[in-house]
Design a protein around this ligand. Structure first.
Ligand code: SF4
Length: 665
């Protein structure tokens, strides 16, 4: 039976796997025994990855909305309609009225061509992916913060670290490939520190568990730094200001802000200061919080001090929920970067791409994915699901409903396709050649194991067909041809070929180089980094609103992903049963007992701005004082927790808020 080497399409760990093929169908998945990340193992998602291709819900024909229903049509009719409408809307309202969303699940080659389509086919820099939300993108893609996601650590750093801090992540659920290494590290005696509201399975192995109140992570980081910097043998002058900014943040003050006992903060700070190779692992559960940049910039600051740590340590290991979020960003699916993080504002970069692509690059800055909704008249969406991703589904639904043209390329129906005027069937990871770039910047090949079902096509081919109709022909014989162009234009990928990837079964690293501007920005960020130790973090609780309601971004949120819901076994594993009719609110068992609530009880939750209903679920692992709601249930929370915009970036965030709980009368 043929086994085709590929990459898991789910999370950013980038496990290598084999697709088993029989009778022109993928019938199974097996781990790659010598893959440097998978090491012969896959998690439940990886084992069922082939179901992404075999889902009974696969889209197999182009669909056009006639009256209220989506009806099958031919490729030529669908693409003619899309091209004609895009051209007429652009002529009538200008190129800024058109936007494009790429995908953290599609290949680099798909995303590169989408970036090109937007810039020279449509003449707009409105190109983004809503998946960038998970990495506080407005921050991580700003020069002063980009060092936070430059590869300071790969997954292999888990084998070298002498202290591992899990900051708001439960790798057993979120990134099992990393979890396996952390378990081994714990067995070797490496201390694990867990920072979490809801203690995860890895918490059982933790030497210390710190449960800061929501909104106070930056104060906890400051408290740890206060202690760790005291242990520094010497500080470089540029960092003395940093140490000074934490000088007041004693463990007692940090306790007042975070609720974490001062003794625990002091102990964790001493461990951080004494460690030679400390590693901080974090995921979107942290980066979807407004204080994420302060936490990460603060902890990474230790790297620049002679406090006894090994060179290049502490390291930060960011693990994405998506298989190719890193790659989509690398390919310029970002409104203000051309591929390879070449700034749109750089005239030389624009000239370089304009010459290569045969048309000038527009100079007008683009809108982010969340800014596009409500601002553009036409949206071309490739493998993205803004309705499933954005913090305000009701607002996103209204904005999508108001579009003159919504085109969605996807493999299965999603909440967003339900609002589309045209739906085009794309290819799954098992049906096309291409590459993914994992969270640790590991570039790996996917290989077409089978043909797409029905009339479905690889996304890059759809883009070429559309671009030809827009009067900007793109000619590529294969995905390898596209990678050749990527390699010629995007510096991190210079020299990359499919042959080179075939010769390196574990993939090749493509770390972007820091630019001069970034280093300057990083220095500025260091100088500005300070925490208001006198001020209690929001949200403020009181007798009237004694609990804090927050959203959970863990495994339970996989159950709402269209690619999971379309897969029989994965749905059983990750979305068992019907979606509950009421929002499930996790509450600590201690709080429930004290307040007289029982498991499953229907309650009303009130904040200072509104109320919602839900059913309580008692948890022994949840921090007291907290109510936790799955991210997929955020629409229900909108009444009590309206989205707010992050001040520095305009990124919409759903921030924890103070609430009270009441019995349903
Ligand atoms: Fe796939 Fe991530 Fe699981 Fe590895 S850990 S098998 S990449 S979902």
């Amino acid at each position: 039976m043929p086994h085709v080497a590929s990459v898991c399409p789910f999370c950013g760990c980038g496990c290598g796997l084999y697709l088993q093929v029989a009778g022109g169908r993928v019938i199974g998945t097996s781990p790659s025994p010598d893959h440097p990340v998978a090491r012969g193992r896959l998690c439940v998602k990886g084992w069922h990855a082939h179901e992404v291709a075999t889902s009974p819900g696969r889209l197999t024909r182009p669909l056009i909305r006639r009256d209220a229903a989506l009806e099958p049509t031919s490729w030529s009719d669908a693409l003619d309609l899309v091209a004609g409408r895009l051209l007429s809307l652009k002529a009538e309202h200008g190129a800024a009225a058109v936007g494009v969303l790429g995908s953290a699940r599609c290949t680099n080659e798909d995303n590169f061509l989408l970036s090109k389509l937007a810039r020279v086919g449509l003449g707009t820099n409105n190109v983004d992916t809503t998946a960038r939300l998970e990495a506080l993108p407005g921050l991580f893609d700003l020069p002063q913060y980009r060092h936070l996601t430059r590869p300071g650590a790969g997954i292999a750093a888990l084998d070298e670290a002498d202290l591992i801090i899990l900051w708001r992540t439960d790798p057993v659920q979120d990134h099992p490939a990393a979890a396996a290494r952390i378990v081994r590290a714990a067995r070797r005696g490496v201390p694990i520190v867990e920072v979490a509201w809801l203690s995860g399975q890895m918490g059982n192995a933790a030497a210390l568990k710190l449960a800061p109140r929501p909104g106070s992570d930056a104060w906890l980081a400051g408290g740890l730094l206060h202690i760790a910097l005291q242990q520094a043998a010497s500080l470089s002058p540029e960092w003395e200001c940093l140490a000074a900014s934490f000088s007041d943040l004693t463990p007692d003050r940090a306790e007042a802000a975070t609720g974490v006992p001062a003794g625990l903060i002091a102990e964790a700070g001493r461990m951080l200061g004494a460690a030679v190779r400390p590693l901080i692992v974090y995921t979107r559960a942290l980066t979807l919080q407004s204080e994420a940049a302060d936490v990460l910039a603060g902890l990474s600051a230790l790297r620049h001090n002679n406090h006894g740590s090994g060179e290049g340590w502490p390291r930060l290991l960011w693990l994405s929920r998506y298989s190719n979020l890193q790659g989509a960003r690398d390919m310029g699916v970002v409104p203000y970067f051309l591929p390879g993080y070449q700034p749109l504002a750089d005239q030389r970069a624009r000239a370089k791409f304009g010459e290569a692509w045969g048309a000038p690059i527009p100079t007008e800055g683009g809108l982010s994915g969340w800014e596009m909704l409500g601002a553009v008249r036409a949206l071309f969406v490739m493998g993205d699901d803004p309705l499933g991703a954005l913090p305000d589904p009701a607002g996103a639904r209204r904005a999508l409903g108001a579009l003159d043209l919504l085109v969605v390329v996807d493999t299965v129906l999603s909440p967003t396709t339900e609002a589309a005027h045209v739906v085009l069937p794309g290819a799954s990871f098992a049906e096309k050649d291409g590459t993914f770039t994992s969270s640790e910047h590991r570039l790996q090949r996917l290989r077409a194991a089978v043909s797409p079902p029905g009339e479905a096509r690889p996304e890059w081919q759809i883009i070429c067909e559309l671009s030809r109709r827009l009067g900007r022909p793109m000619e590529y014989a294969s995905a390898a041809d596209i990678m050749a162009e990527v390699a010629s234009l995007a510096p991190p990928y210079t020299g990359i070929t499919y042959q080179a990837l075939d010769d390196s079964p574990g993939g090749l690293f493509v770390p972007p180089q820091a630019t001069t501007g970034e280093e300057a920005g990083e220095t500025a960020a260091r100088a500005e980094l300070s925490l208001p130790a006198e001020q209690a973090p929001a949200p403020e609780t009181d007798d009237g609103f004694p609990f804090i309601l927050a959203l959970d971004h863990g495994l339970r949120s996989w159950g709402s992903e269209p690619i999971v819901l379309g897969s029989v076994c994965l749905r059983r594993e990750l979305a068992p049963g019907r979606a509950p009719r009421t929002a499930q609110l996790e509450i600590s068992a201690a709080d429930a007992r004290q307040s007289g609530f029982r498991d499953g009880q229907q309650v009303v939750v009130r904040s200072r701005v509104g109320e919602m209903r839900g059913a309580l679920h008692l948890s022994e692992s949840l921090r007291p004082g907290l109510l936790l709601l799955p991210y997929s249930a955020r629409e229900a929370a909108a009444a009590v927790m309206p989205p707010s915009l992050h001040g520095e970036t305009g990124v919409p965030l759903l921030l924890p808020c103070a609430v009270s709980i009441h019995q349903v009368q």
